[in-house]
Write a protein that binds this ligand. Structure first.
Ligand code: 1HE
Length: 262
């Protein structure tokens, strides 16, 4: 069950092993992401067991992730740099466009490639110790793990430029305010909250989760006229699933929960 690389751990949680908890386990290096760890992430998300319906990613130690392992950067030429970046793209795509929704539990440093990893997840829960930065600007490099595609979708290109040009660091509260996370929770509780959310997500109809992962982001990028058509197709497929019919019937018969204020 555990990946071959000890820097990444996988454990299954829940009565039906429906939650995968994926742990970055390189705390002495602040979960800096070396090639081995990126490949292990790719492999783990490509081969999640069939029981899994939602996943959580978090980091052991004081920080979520210090980003790219800078010790591996120095000797790369331009061609190697392109392939290296494409490797990150593929691995993080296995999270964003993978089998199940993924919740990131964030604490401490969520910087550089660590923020790129978090951005590939579907929900981000930060505890109050979390802070966000893109120190690539300071290091004389550029994002390479999909950050220039995903981060502007969360906070806009202007805020991302500011982070990279000036080294601006956002704390957890401001990170939530601008859209880097959807939740802020007390220090030390991000993993519990992420597991709680993943457990709820795992109860959704599979086609609903599929639509939210695979159709919604594409529809959002389509011209409106194309988007309406794609939405209509997706809606019709989702509604026709037996599980959807059973859920709607249960509500009409008073057997399903109403929407209620929190
Ligand atoms: C590292 C890395 C790393 C720590 N690569 N080894 N990312 C950065 O520019 C962030 C660099 N890291 C930091 O700013 C700080 O380490 C932290 C704020 C994250 C944490 O600080 P702290 O005081 O808890 O830890 P530390 O003492 O700085 O680091 C502990 C060890 O981890 C130390 O090694 P040691 O052998 O001396 O113990 C550090 O060298 C090591 N370490 N971060 C390698 N990033 C796809 S492109 C993405 C491009 C990027 O991500 S660029 C941004 C890189």
């Amino acid at each position: 069950m555990s990946p071959a690389n000890p820097d990444l751990q996988l454990r299954l949680h829940g009565e039906r092993s429906e939650i995968a908890i994926v742990t970055l386990n390189r705390p002495t290096k602040r979960n800096a992401l070396n090639d081995g760890l990126i490949i292990a992430l790719r492999d783990v998300f490509q081969t999640l067991p069939d029981t899994v319906r939602a996943a959580v990613v978090h980091g052991n130690g004081e920080h979520f992730s210090a980003g790219l392992d800078l010790s591996e950067l120095s000797e790369r030429d331009a061609a190697e740099g392109v392939f290296h970046s494409r490797m990150w793209h593929h691995a993080l795509d296995c999270i964003e466009k993978g089998k199940v929704p993924v919740v990131a539990a964030l604490h401490g440093a969520v910087v550089g490639g660590g923020l790129e990893l978090a951005s590939a997840c579907h929900i981000r829960v930060a505890d109050e110790s979390a802070f966000y930065a893109l120190p690539e600007g300071t290091r004389g490099i550029f994002v390479g793990g999909g950050g220039s595609v995903r981060v502007p979708k969360l906070i806009g290109a202007a805020r991302m430029s500011d982070m990279m040009l000036t080294g601006r660091v956002y704390n957890a509260q401001d990170g939530e305010r601008i859209g880097l996370s959807q939740y802020v929770v007390p220090e030390g509780t991000a993993l519990d909250k992420a597991i709680e959310l993943a457990t709820r997500i795992a109860t959704n109809a599979r086609m609903t989760n599929f639509a939210l992962m695979h159709a919604l982001p594409r529809i959002a990028e389509q011209p409106a006229d194309h988007g309406f058509l794609t939405e209509a197709m997706m809606a019709a497929i989702a509604q026709s699933a037996p599980e959807a019919k059973a859920r709607v019937r249960a509500f009409l018969e008073g057997k399903a929960a109403k929407v209620s204020k929190t």
